[in-house]
Design a protein around this ligand. Structure first.
Ligand SMILES: Nc1nc2c(ncn2[C@@H]2O[C@H](COP(=O)(O)OP(=O)(O)O)[C@@H](O)[C@H]2O)c(=O)[nH]1
Ligand SMILES: [Mg+2]
Length: 455
């Protein structure tokens, strides 16, 4: 039953100052007031009431009750929130009291699912709420909070409305086949399709930045032994995690961690220095490093300014051919020993070369900018622009764009209006997938089951 009254602890499990027990459904207020005894006689919506919390008629705690009357609540149903002291045992006791007073325990994501079903949230906003909770970097938080507030949904809605109006105009032409499309109707429709295409195209391009922030970029630090890879890894993470020594072959295992550089979420891997070696363990490390080049979406390729280039440097340039890579010349605090010729060769091999010194931490700003530029983060305001942030949304946008381009062609080739209509309807149904407007129950359930209990 959909409007069964449900309840769960909405704050994190563990000891804390306060905890919140959320109750949602037709009987939310009735259930809450069986447990919570306010000092006031009347409970009005959106006001906080102090009172005592009971179980089996005994007072077990005191706290605050807030009542949100449908539809003005998170779920769109009647909602009560009991705020109690945040002990592990005490919070559980308050929940048990609520459950024995007529509510059942909410499933994972059930509050958000109800918000979605009751039209309080679009799917992309609901997903973004879960990303706000999971955010690990400042840019992830800004982006997911912006999508949760509806920036992406609003843009999608605007494009949808234009397509719907186009379809209705095309139908009008179909319904009166004897009349030719008037010139200004035709021009109007063309303009509208162009605006749909421009909107979809900018959403499609935003995924590069959106993915770099939300899903992260698999990045490997590669170079010959002692170039300063582990020092760079530590500098990017702001912590001494990898062992740094002047002994070639120190790093053998691949060590991985997440860093936010220039707003981009880098899933960073430090690797063994690439060279010929007879050491059994180091050999495995070198094989893994080369494998990492294959698996990674971005390579930070480190060269040593303080030593003349060696065969390994040249081998590495070969390994990263056709890869998305940034050249990094490290140890610029020392006097230059790398040859001018090789420096030129490095500059030719990469779109971007950055000079750094991990010793005096110089060049980090430039490296951050190079990474941010690579993923076009400078083109977007993460807090306010409509940005596509997951693969499912991106696929829908691309398919909708293809259909819109086809509709434009159909219109300019003077194809019959039903072709224009048909392609626009396809564009619309692709776009509807972003917020799963036509989604079946199973897909909706699968998405919300990934949320935590109490959300
Ligand atoms: N002078 C100088 N030495 C550095 C710099 N970066 C690293 N080193 C030194 O180079 C050696 C090798 O560094 P490490 O990070 O272990 O290199 P890896 O083998 O590439 O991981 C260590 O002695 C570091 O202290 C730098 O920017 N300047
Ligand atoms: Mg190392």
């Amino acid at each position: 039953m959909l409007n069964e009254t449900i309840s769960a602890i909405s704050t994190a499990y563990g000891k804390g100052g306060v905890a919140v027990i959320r109750i949602s459904g037709d009987n939310a207020l009735e259930v809450a007031t069986r447990v919570f005894k306010p000092k006031a006689k009347e409970i009005e919506p959106r006001r906080a009431y102090y009172g005592e919390i009971t179980r089996d008629k005994a007072i077990i705690d005191d706290g605050i009750l807030t009542y949100y009357k449908a539809p003005n609540s998170f779920t769109g149903e009647d909602v009560c929130e009991i705020c109690c002291h945040g002990g592990i045992y005490s919070t559980q006791a308050v929940l048990e009291s609520v459950l024995s007073s007529g509510a059942r325990l909410a499933k994972a994501g059930e509050f958000t699912k109800r918000a979605y079903i009751n039209g309080k949230l679009t799917l992309s906003r609901a997903e973004a709420i879960s990303n706000v909770i999971d955010a690990k970097t400042d840019s992830q938080l800004r982006l997911s909070s912006s999508i949760a507030r509806g920036t992406l949904s609003a843009k999608v809605e605007q494009i949808r409305e234009t397509i719907i109006s186009l379809i209705s105009r095309a139908y009008a032409v179909i319904d009166y086949p004897d009349e030719d499309i008037e010139d200004n109707t035709y021009e109007d429709m063309k303009k509208s399709i162009d605006s749909v295409i421009a909107g979809l195209d900018s959403l499609k391009r935003s995924y590069k930045a959106g993915k770099a922030v939300s899903e992260g970029v698999k990045t490997a630090i590669i170079g010959k032994p002692n170039a300063g890879k582990s020092s760079l890894y530590n500098m990017l993470l702001g912590k001494e995690l990898a062992i740094v020594t002047d002994i070639a072959g120190t790093t053998r295992d691949v060590i991985e961690n997440t860093a936010s550089i220039g707003g981009v979420t880098l899933c960073l891997a430090d690797t063994a220095g690439i060279r010929e070696t007879n050491d059994t363990v180091e050999k495995i490390g070198v094989t893994r490093a080369i494998q990492k080049i294959e698996e990674s979406e971005l390579i930070l390729c480190v060269f040593d300014y303080s030593r003349k280039e060696e065969a390994e440097d040249i081998q590495i340039l070969d390994e990263i051919k056709n890869k998305n890579a940034i050249g990094i010349i490290n140890k610029t605090d020392t006097s230059k020993c790398i040859s001018d010729d090789f420096e030129k060769k490095i500059k030719k091999s990469f779109d971007k070369v950055v000079y750094i010194s991990t010793k005096d931490e110089s060049g980090l700003k430039e490296l951050s900018k190079a990474i941010s530029d690579l993923y076009e983060l400078g083109n977007f305001d993460l807090s306010n622009d409509a940005i596509v942030a997951n693969a499912r949304q991106s696929a829908s946008v691309s398919l909708a764009l293809d259909e819109a381009l086809y509709a434009k062609e159909a219109l300019s080739c003077q194809m019959t209006p039903d072709v224009v209509c048909f392609t626009l309807e396809k564009a619309l149904s692709e776009l509807n997938m972003i917020d799963l407007r036509d989604a079946g129950e199973e897909i909706v359930n699968a998405i919300f089951s990934r949320f935590c209990v109490g959300k």
